[in-house]
Design a protein around this ligand. Structure first.
Ligand code: SAM
Length: 277
């Protein structure tokens, strides 16, 4: 099998992408994460977002799903997207513009009030929790921001997919650079964090999914963007990359098999906490 080395991320030839001066990793992430977007649209359906609601999109990335949430809440509602990656927020601000939509740079760990004096109706978070180390503390913080009848809907990856684990090891044998910020946990652990944060688990599912990258280049570009450039394919010996391609390519395509979870949590009804004296 021929082994195509990664194209320069600066090669921007897609006429549908806006010509804006943002670092290209953000654009590469948006292009390469169609599977995550599809799953996110499913999570939006599960969240049952209604007109007039206040929605927090935690870890909003480049803002495509945030825009869809803003359409659902309508002009009487509001959506705030928060992400620590300044380049992704810059791309979101340029491409997802609506009067009821706002993007902020920030992290789950440092969240303050979302809208002055107004509790959040829906916390939506798609493929972010596997980056969060202290999930229980973040869930407690989200509980504090939530309307008593509000809901938290989260989707995240349960464990490192084997294929990208192998790929990462070729570039970074110790795993210290590429994998250091991931914090994968499975469904059982997530359930314990939800309860530990004083929330009620309404539903939780663990599923398997497969994303398909049509070329090695597409796989490398997506993984590089997902790891915020920490994975650098140029660190891999060309012969080792060719072996990887030969071993894992299926008709030239690369299949990433992933185990992921989604859950909905709410504040328990007042009677579940017992009587106050
Ligand atoms: C896989 S992307 C998902 C982006 C978006 N939710 C989507 O579905 O397109 C994960 C995002 O989580 C953000 N992130 C990582 N750590 C975070 C944290 N501690 N708090 C909030 N967001 C974080 C990253 O910057 C990245 O944009």
């Amino acid at each position: 099998m021929s082994c195509e080395l990664p194209r320069n991320l600066d090669d921007d030839d897609d006429p549908t992408m806006p010509a804006i001066p943002v670092p290209h990793a953000a654009q590469a992430y948006r292009r390469g994460s169609l599977w995550q977007k599809g799953r996110g649209e499913h999570l939006i359906e599960l969240a049952g977002v209604r007109r007039g609601e206040l929605v927090l999109d935690l870890g909003c990335g480049t803002g495509g799903l945030t825009q869809q949430l803003a359409d659902l809440v309508g002009p009487g509602g509001r959506v705030v997207g928060i992400d620590p990656d300044e380049a992704r927020i810059a791309l979101a601000r340029e491409t997802a513009v609506a009067p009821n939509l706002e993007f902020r740079v920030g992290t789950a760990e440092t969240l303050g009030e979302i809208a002055r004096g107004r509790p959040v109706d829906v916390v939506f978070s798609n493929f972010v929790f596997h980056w969060i180390r202290d999930k229980r503390a973040v869930l407690r913080r989200l509980r504090g921001l939530l309307h008593p009848a509000g809901r938290i809907v989260v989707q995240c990856v349960s464990s490192l997919p084997v294929l990208v684990g192998e790929l990462s090891q070729l570039a970074d044998p110790s795993g210290e650079t590429i994998l250091r910020d991931f914090a994968f946990e499975d469904a059982a652990a997530l359930a314990r964090h939800v309860h530990g944060a004083g929330l009620q688990l309404i539903r939780l599912e663990e599923q398997q999914g497969t994303h398909v990258y049509p070329t090695l280049d597409a796989l490398l570009t997506w993984w590089r963007a997902t790891t915020h450039d920490r994975f650098d394919p140029r660190a891999i010996e060309p012969a080792a990359l060719a072996r990887f391609a030969e071993q894992h390519g299926e008709g030239g395509a690369f299949l990433v098999h992933e185990t992921f979870c989604w859950f909905e949590a709410r504040i328990p009804p007042a009677h579940a906490w017992g009587r106050r004296g």
